[in-house]
Write a protein of this length. Structure first.
Length: 80
């Protein structure tokens, strides 16, 4: 899913705050900042839609790969 303006603003605020620390205003970037940014950089930014796996990619999955994947997931769950 592409970022909404709200998620983009939150991401930008967190990134800038991490770099500037307390120098960055608590209110973050302005309300219209994301609209301005997207308009200014529209020639470089593109939105893509996520599609389900096509048949060729889906056929790559096999029993051995599935078993290994689910074992790894189980190991990770146990580690948490």
């Amino acid at each position: 899913m592409p970022f909404s303006h709200m998620h983009l603003k939150e991401h930008v605020n967190a990134t800038i705050h991490a770099r500037l620390g307390e120098k960055f205003p608590k209110m973050g970037v302005g309300q219209q900042w994301t609209y301005w940014f997207l308009e200014k950089h529209s020639d470089k930014l593109h939105m893509y839609t996520v599609h389900a796996l096509d048949t060729t990619c889906g056929q790559v999955v096999n029993e051995h790969a599935n078993t290994k994947y689910f074992n790894m997931v189980e190991d990770l769950q146990l580690a948490w």
